[in-house]
Design a protein around this ligand. Structure first.
Ligand code: HEM
Length: 303
């Protein structure tokens, strides 16, 4: 049976429709509830113009509004878990580009039915998780990967992945499928077990906001390009590390626009993973194409 957008949001929120709408209005129930806003800029790599025809990246420096978050609907969840998420709005003179990313390159569902089942079962605790391990190979692969992913010391020391594929226009007119990834300039740094035990449940926000007063948190943004035969429309299928990567530019989070309304209200609206400039279009990945409708439905519930 086809799953509706509303049912997907119910499953994510862990409450059925009416209850979710009520709670959304009352407590602003939403996924990735724990998070904060900050700001900076994006510096495109001028060399990108040698390969891709995306006029958006011809600007010298573009303002960025950022939101860093944890997964789940609990606004008090612990920073000691491994999940780290980064959402960006890059607002150019004429066009905008949004990113809504996770620190796991491995995704747990290849279609909406699997996504729905995963969200429903994880909310049933250990039993539901065991069911997924036994019955959903993509969920199992995700849990196996997460077991090997230690929590990072900082939002600034995590990689982030767009997970879904997009189609990029090359200078010669070719359409090339690719995936976004952000590599932290300071490197990936994870917490040791001893460090982790000493930390409180809230440390990530203060750490990042303190850090960027000294120097910006920076990531290099890449597009990993597919080769013919690579699975484009299934986010659970990773491409080999040997695939060519194009350097798109650098994100610098320095808090320079933290007093502006756009930053202060970054969590009032939505980040839209298919808000794209000319030269980039969404792939046919069913997960990608459900995201923006789901984010809008969730947004309406908390109005
Ligand atoms: C069908 C697939 C998906 C569904 C139904 C879904 C659902 C949702 C919902 C309901 C929200 C809350 C939106 C709001 O109220 O503003 C949300 C936020 C978010 N999602 Fe998804 N999601 C999906 C896939 C993904 C994927 C693949 C990623 C990562 C690559 C992702 C990362 C995020 C992040 C980071 C946020 C928080 C955005 C913010 O900071 O405001 N989601 N998602």
């Amino acid at each position: 049976a086809d799953i509706s957008i509303s049912e997907l949001v119910d499953a994510v929120n862990g409450t059925p429709d009416t209850a979710s709408r009520e709670a959304g209005k009352k407590v602003k129930l939403r996924n990735h509830a724990k998070g904060f806003c900050t700001s900076g800029s994006f510096i495109p790599n001028p060399k990108l113009q040698q390969s891709l025809a995306i006029p958006f990246f011809e600007q010298a420096e573009i303002p960025v509004t950022a939101r860093f978050s944890l997964g789940g609907t609990n606004p008090h969840s612990s920073d000691r878990g491994a999940g780290r998420f980064m959402s960006l709005k890059i607002d150019g003179d004429k066009e905008s580009l949004n990113f809504v990313t996770t620190n796991s390159p491995v995704f747990f569902a290849s279609n909406l039915e699997e996504f729905f089942t995963f969200q429903t079962k994880v909310k049933q605790g250990a039993e539901g998780k065991q069911w997924l391990m036994d019955n959903q190979p993509n969920a199992r692969a995700f849990f196996d990967y997460i077991k090997t992913l230690p929590p990072s010391v900082s939002f600034a020391n995590s990689r982030y992945f767009g997970v879904n594929s997009f189609l990029f226009t090359a200078n010669n007119g070719d359409i090339m499928p690719g995936r976004w990834s952000f590599e932290p300039v300071d490197g990936v740094i994870n917490l040791s077990q001893t460090q982790l035990e000493k930390l409180p449940t809230d440390f990530l926000k203060a750490e990042l906001l303190t850090r960027i007063k000294q120097q910006p948190a920076a990531w290099d943004l890449y597009i990993q390009l597919a080769l013919p035969g690579d699975e484009v429309n299934d986010p659970t299928v990773l491409w080999p590390d040997t695939r060519q990567r194009l350097l798109v530019g650098q994100v610098l989070i320095d808090g320079s626009r933290d007093n502006e309304t756009a930053t202060m209200q970054c969590d009032k609206g939505i980040f839209n993973p298919v808000l794209l400039p000319k030269g980039i279009t969404p792939s046919a990945d069913p997960i990608l194409n459900a995201r923006t409708p789901a984010y809008i439905d969730s947004f309406i519930r908390r109005l």
